[in-house]
Structure formats: C-alpha cells, structure tokens
Design a protein around this ligand. Structure first.
Ligand SMILES: Cc1cc2nc3c(=O)[nH]c(=O)nc-3n(C[C@H](O)[C@H](O)[C@H](O)COP(=O)(O)OP(=O)(O)OC[C@H]3O[C@@H](n4cnc5c(N)ncnc54)[C@H](O)[C@@H]3O)c2cc1C
Length: 412
C-alpha cells in the first residue's frame, strides 16, 4: 500500500454507485475533503437501468448532467403498460407538476462510470478495489477498516461516513441495522439482448411493462437501450420460482412464454449476454443515520423495481444528505430525523404505496381503466416521473387515496 496516501478526510463515502458519486461531488463542491472507497473496479455491471425524469434535477445539481446528456444513452419520455388486450401509455410531458419530461435508459456500467469520473474530475479521490471491513465511531470521528486490492488492511478516518454501498449494505450489516422488508420476497431474473424488435407500434422511448395475464403479480420489463439492445427481466414471487428447475436462462424463457404478447415482441431477440438473478431484493433498516454516519440509496432501503424508483431515491438521498453533512461539519447541529430521514421517507412512502397497490391489483386496475379523469392521470404520471416528493400532488400528500381511486375505476 502507498503509505503516503492521505488517510483522514471530512467525509468517506462507501461505494461509487449513483448515490455515492453524486454525494461525493456535492460535498467536494462545498470544499469538504471527500474519499470514495469502492469495492469493485469500474466499469462493472449493475441492474437498475431505467431512470426517471426527476433524476435529471440531481445530476444537474452535481454538475454531471452535461456528461450524461453527451453519452448517447437511449432517450426516455414515458412508461407503457400492457395486460392482455389492455394497454396504457404515460408520456411524462402530461404530468401535473413542473420539472423534467424526459430522461434516459442507461447501461449502468457506463452510466456509473461517467458519474464516478465526473466526481473525480471535480476533485474527489476514488479508490477502486478498496472494500470496507469495519466501522467504529467515537465522538466526532469515525474509523474504517479497508481492504485494498493487494489484500492489505489499512485504516481511514473521517468526520462523517456516508454508506452508499447499495446491496453491499455495509453499515446495515456491521451495525446490525438490518430490518426485513414488508413486501413478500420476490425474485428477478434478467439479461441484456439484441432485441431485433420490428413491431411498428413499439415505442423505444418508453419502458414497457407487461403483466402476466394468468398471474398479475408476475411482470416483465423491456428497457430499450441505444443501438438495438435492451434489458429484459421478470419479477415473480420467490416461493414460486424456488420450485422451477433449470438455469436462469431457461427459467426466464419459460416465464416469458407465459405472456404471449411479450414473447412475440422478443421472438427474434438474440440472447447474447449473461443471465443473472437476484432473490429477495427488498430490504430495509431500523435507522437511516447515527453517530457520524448516514445511509444512502439501497444501503438504506430498497422497495421494488416496478416503477424504476431506485436510482431516483438514491440520488434524492445523496442530495439531502450532502446538505445535512455540510451543516454538521461546518458547525451547526442538524436534526437528522427532521432534515434527512423524514424528508427522504416522504417520497419513499409514496412509492411504497404505489408498489403495494401494484401487487394487490389496485394500481393495475387504475392504470388499465379508461374511467380515470385526465387530472388524475396527470397526477399519477408525475409520480411515475419520479416527482414523489411534490406535496402539491394529492397522491403524494396522501398515497392511500389510491384506494378510493381504484374503487372508482373498478366501478366504471
Ligand atoms: C431487479 C432490479 C431492477 C431494478 N431496476 C431499476 C430501474 O429500472 N431503475 C432504477 O432507478 N432502479 C432500479 N433498480 C434499483 C437500482 O438498482 C438501485 O436502486 C440503485 O442502483 C441504487 O444505487 P446506489 O447508489 O444506492 O447503490 P449501487 O448502485 O448498488 O452502488 C453501490 C456500490 O457500492 C459498492 N460496494 C458494495 N459493498 C462495498 C464495500 N464493502 N466497500 C466498498 N464499496 C462497496 C458496490 O460495488 C457498488 O458499486 C432495480 C433493482 C433491482 C433489484
């Protein structure tokens, strides 16, 4: 190990994914010294490829938007849903709130690399292949044990630590903060394909979600990328997949065959990439902050992929936390509950109710109903665009309003 390397920082961030990179850039711009420790070598694969328009606000804040816009990613302006003969398509320009009407669908290996490179260009030090092994906090200071690429353990000190380790869930594990999610365990199987889709109705500018007509808690995503490639995947209850024999590819193809509209669309797809699965992806923690630390993005909670909210929540957490850490390290005594956990949870709770309503059928009935008013459609569209913190939206103020709306749509 290079002993001359600096080992004391204002802020150490664990993980260089979207939440880590954006938090790092925001803190660096506030003249704090920032070190990012990343377990893997970038570029590396990550799932989570369909962004929501609200992401653009945070990329802009971190001065990373121009680099993302210049990268040639697939343009995205909405979300389309299909269930048998029923279909519904939301264009983000129809949303009720102000804000971005479009975003991108991104191969995460390249997207995450761009964000990390942008943070580094702004002065952040990033150490790849450096993994956190321990965490200790005493008054005003945290110490992290780090294993470098050579397998050596060294210590890094920080006035504050942000855990942006995603499913690594570093502090949740080390500090025993793990809490089971309220959602039933679900499994995802996914891959990238050369899609060869030539259906004239197919809109490459939207994520396409197909619901399994025989079992409505199974659904499939199709996330088009630039250059004729796409991410495809399925979500199904883990209990059901546990009994399904075969490798991930054969299980994915067998499930796809259950939804003819989807399998027809992908009839000419070339399965030319590794297939992977994640079991029981939903997770939570008992607390989002503590002495000299806070948890960002998936290192805190992950709900479900159905509304592509993961990166948006991760970036929102980075933006909020950067503000509060800065106040703490410049002499204020911020209230992490009031200034970080509660504001973050506002939007998370909106998405939580949308996810619950998707799986219990309320939201599917709303989405596929012609009985909803144009105003309601625009409010739902705002949440689908990621503006889940906009309290002017009645479905953000009180997400349980979906109950009444579903009843109205069913009665229509
Ligand atoms: C099946 C599925 C589909 C999804 N689809 C979408 C989607 O379409 N759109 C969307 O917005 N979200 C989606 N998500 C969610 C999305 O993947 C995450 O919400 C998002 O990547 C979280 O970003 P993050 O910055 O918190 O963590 P990550 O992007 O996971 O980054 C964490 C980083 O921390 C590093 N790390 C881990 N452990 C350590 C350690 N010990 N030391 C140092 N570094 C460490 C990792 O190597 C990684 O680079 C999906 C999730 C799943 C499971």
């Amino acid at each position: 190990m290079n002993r001359s390397k600096r080992q004391m920082f204002d802020v150490v961030i664990v993980g260089a994914g979207p939440s880590g990179a954006v938090a790092a850039a925001l803190l660096q711009r506030r003249s704090l010294s920032v070190l990012v420790l990343e377990k893997q070598q970038f570029p590396r694969f990550s799932i989570g490829e369909s962004l929501l328009p609200h992401c653009m606000d945070f990329l802009d804040q971190a001065d990373m938007l121009a680099a993302v816009q210049a990268a040639g990613f697939q343009f995205k302006n909405g979300a389309a849903f299909r269930l048998g003969e029923n279909s519904e398509s939301f264009d983000f320009s129809d949303k009720s709130c102000t804000g971005w009407n479009s975003t991108f669908q991104v191969e995460r290996a390249r997207f995450d690399q761009i964000l990390a490179d942008e943070a580094a260009a702004q002065g952040v030090e990033i150490r790849y292949r450096n993994s956190i092994t321990s965490f200790h906090s005493t008054a005003g200071k945290a110490r992290l044990g780090v294993e470098n690429a050579a397998g050596e353990i060294y210590q890094v000190g920080a006035r504050f630590v942000l855990d942006a380790s995603g499913f690594g869930r570093v502090l949740a594990r080390l500090l025993d903060l793990e809490q089971a999610s309220d959602f039933v365990p679900r499994t995802s199987i996914f891959t990238h394909v050369t899609d060869n889709i030539d259906a004239p109705w197919y809109d490459r500018n939207k994520i396409l979600v197909h619901v399994d007509p025989a079992q409505r808690d199974i659904w499939y995503w199709l996330i088009p990328f630039a250059g004729g490639r796409a991410s495809i995947g399925v979500i199904a209850p883990s209990a059901q997949l546990a009994d399904m024999p075969g490798d991930d590819l054969s299980r994915l193809r067998r499930l796809l065959a259950q939804t003819p509209a989807k399998s027809e669309l992908l009839a000419n797809a070339e399965y030319d990439s590794p297939v992977a699965s994640i079991e029981g992806y939903a997770c939570n923690v008992t607390r989002l902050y503590g002495d000299n630390y806070a948890l960002l993005g998936n290192a805190g909670e992950f709900l479900d992929p159905v509304f592509s909210s993961g990166v948006t929540i991760a970036l929102k957490s980075a933006s909020l936390a950067a503000e509060v850490v800065t106040r703490q390290l410049t002499g204020s005594q911020p209230d992490w509950e009031l200034e970080y956990a509660r504001p973050l949870k506002k939007g998370v709770e909106t998405f939580r109710e949308f996810v619950a309503a998707w799986y219990d059928g309320r939201l599917q009935d709303i989405i596929f109903s012609s009985g909803k008013s144009e105003d309601v459609r625009r409010m739902i569209c705002s949440v689908l665009a990621g503006y889940a913190w906009d309290e002017h939206n009645p479905y953000v103020q009180k997400p349980a309003r979906l109950n009444t709306l579903a009843e109205l749509c069913r009665a229509h």
